[in-house]
Each structure stands twice: as structure tokens, then as C-alpha cells.
Design a protein around this ligand. Structure first.
Ligand SMILES: Nc1nc2c(c(=O)[nH]1)N[C@H]1C(S)=C(S)[C@@H](COP(=O)(O)OP(=O)(O)OC[C@H]3O[C@@H](n4cnc5c(=O)[nH]c(N)nc54)[C@H](O)[C@@H]3O)O[C@H]1N2
Ligand SMILES: Nc1nc2c(c(=O)[nH]1)N[C@H]1C(S)=C(S)[C@@H](COP(=O)(O)OP(=O)(O)OC[C@H]3O[C@@H](n4cnc5c(=O)[nH]c(N)nc54)[C@H](O)[C@@H]3O)O[C@H]1N2
Ligand code: SF4
Ligand SMILES: [Mo]
Length: 710
């Protein structure tokens, strides 16, 4: 053990420089260990090391020295080289469609020929319909600063294309939190280790944030209590001491009910409230509407449960709220987060390490990187029309649009599977008069609808710099191997297309390394003077946030008033309720069951890996979770094939009739590719494509369905 550990350290110390390492029995080979970090839209942004021997990846492991991710890769990524990078279904060459849209028949073409033709078609569309007939569609397939949106933003701004509102994840939650705190970033996720009570609310971190969750489990080993508020019995509930199951979309009433009990019983921190909050008297008046009996009627919880939770939350110190984004995807999603955001100030939880609230933590990176050069050419013209990514189906099929969307560029996203109202999205993607270009690593359901598919490099093949939304480490990802086949980084696609469009602005042609170096050219104290070369050696650096990190122990909220704003004058000025309130979920209508389509897949990250053999096998087929009474009322037993139906679509799968889910609620995992499921539909075939009250998020957790035995 000791020898191999020493050898590993030696190899790491030499970083990406190839070294001669004798591997016993007289054989010598060129072995390199290359630093990298996970690109997934996942809070953990794990650091890893890839060992390459004569161009072959011989080991792929988490970096054991990384204090947050601690050397473990998850079930999604531990098999990455075989599952994707070297797999036979990897896209390796540009392809042109020869079959019908969606059929998946393509012929190989050269990069030059394909890019020439894309530029020719794009110019013709712009000449005939104007540049707003072009729509980019991308999301967080990679969280990398460079392969994410660095050059594509510059390209589409230069073109004058229609703009995409990328609000499908986090925006509604953040708008609610920011109304109260002025920011969405508060506690350090690792400080959950110091909490005595962890209230996990509308989140499933045991699956969605497994390295971050380790810190909560550490607290539990020290005696902390974990309470999960979720209509479903999620994997996280297995680690909890208590499970509270409100009716979906009623959490704002629960939060206000907790506040009512806390204030009525004098359990609030009057000193903290007086010094650091705004609008307490108005809030107190509002709380009169949220006595436990009424809250119990709204949420479907018992009065005693509400009162006991309020007392526990107010009297256990330090107490933390662990939120992610599961709760935001409701028509009232923003107001749910707003109601929750005031709880820590009410009880003075911010005073102590391990107290407060943790959601995304990416605002720690604000101002840290030098974005001066990076943002050149990325400022959008706000007068140009925009489409919310949640409503792609509407954008592609709206006949009244002038001009209609004639060209769609998809990269870092798989809208055929992730966007709500799937059948409308697919109808749009099948339009014969839509010119679609997809840049991908594999033939996703979106790529199957493309006129041209371009092969993208993977995280083992390109350079990138990554911030994180779940911890305070900045990571550099170095390419470990040359691109396979003719795969190229996203940036290379956009440089190639910009040249063919006749553009000459230098910022459209910057190299990936120039952009990384530019971002790191920062004197921000959090970076501690780290250089590009040092990061190449070390792989990651922890931001030097003050220690201990107590963001609001003495107030200092990021709101206009500097206080925790129970009362918001600025929202009032915009015509919104100045106080947190309860907006009921939409009425049930024809379909009796509420459907939650969650990210409970341990082997997929959204739709990533759902097309790969090993993760698919490991994840198994999707199941519809049902309460025993709801199943019995429909003659359904565990394992029966069922049809889930509503006005938008149908999904065929088997029922899992197990204890634990709230009656009246059913659930199934999102992430599966529709084309790989019976009937060609996945979760989003059933979801609505409306928007949340603020922040532009979706309302897909307001889906209503009926379930029939098949
Ligand atoms: N393994 C794995 N990890 C992932 C992902 C993945 O696909 N797979 N995706 C990543 C991404 S993009 C994100 S954004 C995060 C998301 O991370 P999470 O927010 O933790 O995940 P979700 O599954 O969206 O939602 C969490 C829980 O919210 C609950 N919920 C829904 N509506 C309500 C409500 O009205 N009230 C209450 N109290 N609860 C509600 C759901 O039942 C669900 O169990 O996970 C990331 N991590
Ligand atoms: N019903 C329902 N719908 C949901 C959700 C839900 O909970 N329920 N969750 C929503 C949320 S929170 C999110 S974040 C979105 C996720 O939406 P997306 O970001 O679209 O989801 P991913 O499946 O991660 O898609 C990423 C795609 O990018 C590709 N990719 C990865 N790296 C690269 C690269 O370097 N270059 C290129 N060109 N492509 C690359 C991958 O192969 C993959 O196909 O889904 C949303 N949709
Ligand atoms: S998907 Fe998340 S947990 Fe898994 S390796 Fe990537 S960052 Fe880590
Ligand atoms: Mo997300």
C-alpha cells in the first residue's frame, strides 16, 4: 500500500508531464496522471485523476486529497471512460441526416463540408427571416466555464439571434431567496457538519449531492437530528430521524405556520429580529392567518406535527435548512422559497456556525474570476426577443411567431428529454422547415432530430475551468487524452462557424487556454494569488472565504436595506405581495393524482448516462411510485404494468406500490430517454410547460395524472 501511495504522489507531483515509471518486471511505459474535475450539473464538482499509459486510460479515480469530495466518484461517473469516452456509441464524426427527423439515420461527412453547409444555411435563413429566426438551446451538460457558454454566447450575440432564458434550474428558488436575503448563497455546505438540527426541505441530497450529504451524516454521528420535508419517501429519508409529508406546493403555508407557532410561543430571537430584520410587525400580523389548525388543513399534516417541528426548529441550535431545487418547479415555486428564507433570521440561526440556510453556493465565486475579457461580446441586446427554455415546444410550434424559429442550435442539453411538454417539443423538433444542428457526445433523442450532428469532446479530452454550486473549490480540468475520432470541443465548433460567417472580431476566436488564463488573471483575495501553472499542478484551490464563515451573524444581508427583509418594498413596488404569503397550487382539474418527476436516478445525471449500457442496466427500468390506497382503488398491485395519462401524454411503466409516498401523489424519475422507453415517452410527456410565479422557472411539479392498469 505504502509503496503504491508514494508512487502515486510522485506521479501527481509531476502533473501532466509524461514520466517514465517502471512498472515492475522490466517493463517501462509512459504513464501520466492528469488532474481533472467533473463537468456534470451536480453540486459536488468532484476532483479526479486520470492515469494514462501509452494513450490508454488505466485508472480513473477521485482525488483523495480533495477535502470536499474526498476521493470518491459517484455511480454516474466511476465508469466514465468505458461508459462513454471509449464506448462504441460515442459520436466520433460529423453526420448529416439522411432519414426522417427522429429516425436516427445519418451519413458521415467531414467537418469542413458540414460547417460550410451550416454557414450557408444559416446565412440564407438570416437573409430571408432575420437573425431572430435562429435560437440557441443549451443548458448545463457541462458546467465548465469554457465549454459551457464562453464562445457560443459571443457567437449568438454577434449574430443577433433570439435569446434563450436559461431558467429551468434554480432561478425560481433564487428569486424567492433573494427577495429575503439579497442572495441565494449563505452557509458553506460543509458547515452542515456543525449543525444540531438539519431540516432538509424539498431536496434529496443523499442522491443529488452525495458528497455534500456526507457532512450532514457527520453531524448526525455527533447527535444531530435530520428531518426531511418531502411528499415522497426519497432516499434521503432513509438517513433521517423524521419525515414530514406535506401536500406538494403547500410548503409556504407550512413555513408560515412554523413562524406562527414560534412567535406565538415567544421562541423567536427578539434581539436578532430587532437588529437585523425588516418588517417583523407586518409579518407578525400576517402570521395571524397561519394558526396550526389552518396550516394543517392546507398541508395535510397534523397540528401536533407542525407545533412540534416549530418548537424543535426554534430551540435546537445550530439549526440548518438544506434546500436544493426540487420544490421550485411549481407555479408558486418562488413564493415557497421566499416563505422559507425568513425562518433562520426569526430564530437567530445565523449567529452560529452550522446555523442558517444552504442552497446553491455559487455566489461565493462572484467577482473572483476576472471576467473583463471573458465577457466581451457576451452582453445580450435586451430588445431582442427571448424564449424561456421551459417552453421550447411552444416556441417551435407557435404559428403566430414573426419570424418563426427556422434554425435551432442545441449543445450541452437534451431538450427532447429534459424539457416539459415533451410531445409538443418533439412535434417542434420534427418540423421539416426547421434547420437543427446538435453538438453532442452521443446520439441523444435531440440529436436524432438534427440535420447535422457534430461530435463533441468529453471532459477527458478538453480543457476547462469549473466553479461549483455546492462547495467553494475552483477546479481546473486538463485534457488527459487526445480527442477520439474527430470530436472537437464546443469552442472549436463556434470558432469554425464564426470564421465561415465572415466574422473577424478577435474575441470570437480566442483559444480555450487564453480564456482560462484570462479568467485566472485576478487579484481577488479569495484566490490567494494562485496562477494557471499552479492550478495545473494542484488541480483545485479552495476559495479563501473568511473562517469561520458566518455570513449574517451580524446582519449584513445583501438586500437594499442590509437586513433580512420579511417585508420587501421593492417587490411591493413591482406589484407583488410585500410579505411572504401562501399561494395555493393550481386546482386539480380532471386528473386526481399529483405527479412529481424527480431526479432520483443514482446512475444518471439528468439525461446524461441514460443512453449508456452499464448505467442503464444498473438503474433498471423506471417505476411509478404509488400509495397502496391509490393503487388499490385502481386494482393495481406492486409490479403491475400501468399507464400514466393526462391531456399531454401517456407513459407506460410498472407500478411500485410501497409504503412511504403521500396518498394522492405519484412519482417517477426523470432522465430516461423517451426513445429507449416503451411508447417513446419519458417523464416530461406528462409535465406542463407553464412558468413559476417569479424567476421564470417551470411548473412541471404541478403535473396532474390518472393511472390505469395496463
Ligand atoms: N444522481 C443524480 N444527482 C443529481 C441529478 C441527477 O439527475 N441525478 N441532477 C442534478 C441537478 S441538475 C439538480 S438541479 C439537483 C437537484 O437536486 P434536488 O433538488 O435534491 O432533486 P429533485 O429530485 O429535483 O427534488 C428533490 C425533492 O423535492 C421534492 N419536492 C417536489 N415538490 C415538492 C414540494 O412541493 N414540497 C416539498 N417539500 N418537496 C417537494 C421531490 O419529491 C424530491 O424528492 O440534483 C443534481 N444531482
Ligand atoms: N420533469 C422534469 N424535468 C426536468 C427536471 C426534473 O426534475 N423533472 N429537472 C430540470 C433540471 S433541474 C435541469 S438542470 C435540466 C437539465 O437539462 P440538461 O442540462 O439539458 O440535461 P442533461 O441531461 O445534463 O443534458 C446534457 C447533455 O449535454 C451533453 N454534454 C455534456 N458535455 C458536453 C460537452 O462538452 N459538449 C456538448 N456539446 N454536449 C455535452 C450530454 O451528453 C447530455 O446529452 O432538466 C430539467 N428537466
Ligand atoms: S456527478 Fe456529481 S457526485 Fe458524481 S462525480 Fe460528478 S460531481 Fe461527483
Ligand atoms: Mo438542475
Amino acid at each position: 500500500m505504502r509503496t503504491s501511495r508514494r508512487r502515486r504522489e510522485f506521479l501527481i507531483a509531476t502533473s501532466a508531464v509524461a514520466v517514465q515509471a517502471s512498472l515492475g518486471a522490466g517493463c517501462a511505459s509512459r504513464r501520466t496522471v492528469v488532474r481533472g474535475a467533473c463537468h456534470h450539473d451536480c453540486a459536488d464538482t468532484c476532483a479526479w485523476r486520470t492515469t494514462v499509459d501509452d494513450g490508454r486510460v488505466v485508472a480513473f479515480e477521485g482525488d483523495p486529497d480533495h477535502p470536499f469530495t474526498r476521493g470518491r466518484l459517484c455511480a454516474r461517473m466511476s465508469g466514465y471512460p468505458d461508459d462513454l469516452v471509449f464506448s462504441s456509441h460515442r459520436l466520433l464524426y460529423p453526420q448529416r441526416r439522411v432519414g426522417k427527423k427522429g429516425e436516427g439515420r445519418f451519413e458521415r461527412v467531414s467537418w469542413d463540408e458540414a460547417l460550410d453547409d451550416v454557414a450557408r444555411r444559416l446565412k440564407a435563413i438570416v437573409a430571408e427571416h432575420g437573425p431572430t429566426a435562429v435560437l440557441p438551446y443549451s443548458y448545463a451538460g457541462t458546467e465548465g466555464k469554457i465549454q459551457g457558454r464562453a464562445l457560443s454566447d459571443r457567437f449568438f450575440v454577434r449574430l443577433g439571434a433570439s435569446r434563450l432564458q436559461r431558467d429551468i434550474c434554480g432561478s425560481a428558488a433564487h428569486s424567492g431567496l433573494e427577495a429575503v436575503l439579497g442572495t441565494s448563497t449563505a452557509m458553506l455546505p460543509s458547515d452542515l457538519a456543525h449543525s444540531r438540527l438539519i431540516l432538509v426541505w424539498g431536496a434529496n441530497p443523499a442522491v443529488s449531492n452525495e458528497h455534500g450529504w456526507d457532512f450532514a451524516l457527520e453531524a448526525k454521528r455527533q447527535g444531530a437530528r435530520i428531518v426531511v420535508v418531502d411528499p415522497l419517501r426519497s432516499r434521503t429519508v432513509q438517513d433521517a430521524d423524521q419525515h414530514v409529508q406535506p401536500i406538494p406546493g403547500t410548503d409556504a403555508a407550512l413555513a408560515l405556520g412554523l413562524m406562527q407557532v414560534i412567535v406565538a410561543e415567544g421562541l423567536h430571537d427578539a434581539d436578532y429580529v430587532a437588529k437585523h430584520t425588516l418588517g417583523f410587525d407586518a409579518l407578525r400580523a400576517r402570521l395571524a392567518d397561519f394558526a396550526p389548525a389552518r396550516v394543517a388543513a392546507i398541508t395535510g399534516l397534523a397540528v401536533e406535527e407542525i407545533v412540534a417541528l416549530a418548537r424543535a426548529y426554534a430551540t435546537t441550535r445550530p439549526a440548518a435548512l438544506r434546500l436544493m431545487i426540487g420544490m421550485e418547479h411549481h407555479a408558486n415555486g418562488s413564493s415557497l422559497y421566499r416563505a422559507l428564507a425568513g425562518l433562520p433570521a426569526l430564530v437567530g440561526a445565523w449567529r452560529l456556525r452550522g446555523g442558517g440556510l444552504v442552497e446553491f453556493s455559487d455566489a461565493h465565486f462572484d467577482g473572483v474570476l476576472n471576467r473583463k475579457a471573458f465577457d466581451v461580446g457576451r452582453q445580450e441586446d435586451e430588445t431582442i426577443r427571448s424564449f424561456n427554455m421551459v417552453q421550447l415546444g411552444q416556441a417551435l410550434t407557435d404559428k403566430a411567431l414573426a419570424p418563426p424559429i427556422h434554425a435551432l442550435f442545441v449543445y450541452n442539453s437534451n431538450p427532447a428529454a429534459i424539457a416539459p411538454n415533451q410531445n409538443l417539443v418533439l412535434r417542434g423538433l420534427r418540423r421539416e422547415d426547421l434547420f437543427t444542428v446538435v453538438i453532442e457526445q452521443q446520439l441523444t433523442d435531440s440529436a436524432r432530430h438534427a440535420d447535422y450532428v457534430f461530435p463533441a469532446t468529453t471532459q477527458l479530452e478538453h480543457l476547462d475551468l469549473l466553479t461549483s454550486w455546492g462547495h467553494e473549490y475552483l477546479s481546473l480540468n486538463l485534457p488527459a487524452i487526445p480527442p477520439r475520432g474527430e470530436a472537437r470541443p464546443n469552442t472549436e465548433f463556434f470558432r469554425g462557424l464564426a470564421g465561415r460567417m465572415g466574422y473577424t472580431e478577435p474575441h470570437l476566436f480566442e483559444t480555450d487556454e487564453q480564456m482560462v488564463k484570462g479568467l485566472l488573471d485576478s487579484r481577488h483575495p479569495y484566490l490567494g494569488g494562485v496562477t494557471y501553472d499552479q492550478l495545473r499542478e494542484r488541480g483545485w484551490v479552495r476559495l479563501a472565504v473568511p473562517d469561520p464563515w458566518l455570513p449574517f451573524a451580524d446582519g449584513g444581508f445583501k438586500t437594499a436595506s442590509g437586513k433580512c427583509e420579511f417585508f420587501s418594498a421593492s417587490l411591493q413596488a413591482q406589484g407583488f405581495d410585500p410579505l411572504p404569503g401562501y399561494v395555493p397550487p393550481p386546482p386539480a382539474g380532471r386528473y386526481p393524482l399529483a405527479l412529481l418527476t424527480t431526479k432520483s436516478t443514482r446512475h444518471f445525471n439528468n439525461t446524461s448516462h441514460a443512453g449508456e449500457a452499464r448505467p442503464r442496466r444498473a438503474e433498471g427500468e423506471p417505476r411509478l411510485q404509488m400509495h397502496a390506497d391509490d393503487a388499490a382503488a385502481r386494482g393495481i398491485t406492486d409490479g403491475d404494468p400501468v399507464r400514466v395519462v393526462n391531456e399531454r401524454g401517456t407513459m407506460a411503466l410498472r407500478a411500485a406500490v410501497k409504503g412511504g409516498i403521500r396518498q394522492g401523489v405519484v412519482s417517477l424519475p426523470q432522465g430516461y430517454w423517451p426513445s429507449l422507453l416503451p411508447g417513446g415517452s419519458s417523464a416530461n410527456a406528462l409535465t406542463p410547460d407553464g412558468l413559476s410565479d417569479r424567476g421564470g422557472g417551470g411548473d412541471f411539479h404541478d403535473a396532474r395524472v390518472e393511472v390505469e392498469k395496463a
